[in-house]
Write a protein of this length. Structure first.
Length: 144
């Protein structure tokens, strides 16, 4: 934008830096342990006394867990007609599925190729009923 021969640079657009799904849980220790031992996350932060909030991560992607006062109010998206509570794009869906299965994860479905959007995906369920989907983009024939 120019004004009286002076070039004025518009301010930079604010950038989003990170994101994290936020999942309500009944028992922080049970949920956090599941994400660490079964799904391979690392526990990065625990807050409260007694602990009621945690941040975990895997491969630089964060996930937040928070204890709720009334666990009966936890309502995963699947219970509302949805598919997942969280979805992650991955680089080797079969290897990740095999890793989770070997650690005793509850596999909800897959891996299966979704022709409509060219992705091979699978999903797991956590102790609070949340469904996490994992998918790898493929070509139209199902190859990565």
């Amino acid at each position: 934008m120019a004004r009286a021969g002076v070039e004025v640079t518009p301010p930079a657009k604010p950038a989003l830096l990170r994101g994290a799904p936020y999942l309500p849980v009944a028992d922080l220790e049970v949920a956090s342990s599941h994400y660490v031992t079964v799904l391979g996350f690392t526990q990065n932060y625990v807050g409260g006394s007694p602990p009621h909030f945690a941040i975990l991560s895997r491969d630089g992607l964060a996930l937040m867990l928070r204890v709720v006062g009334d666990p009966a109010k936890i309502c995963p998206n699947e219970d509302q007609g949805g598919t997942w509570d969280v979805f992650y794009w991955v680089d080797d869906v079969q290897a990740l599925h095999d890793e989770f299965q070997g650690r005793g994860a509850e596999i909800v479905y897959g891996p299966t190729f979704q022709r409509e959007y060219s992705m091979t995906e699978f999903a797991v369920r956590d102790p609070d009923g949340h469904v996490l989907g994992f998918g790898q983009e493929m070509d139209a024939g199902g190859q990565s």
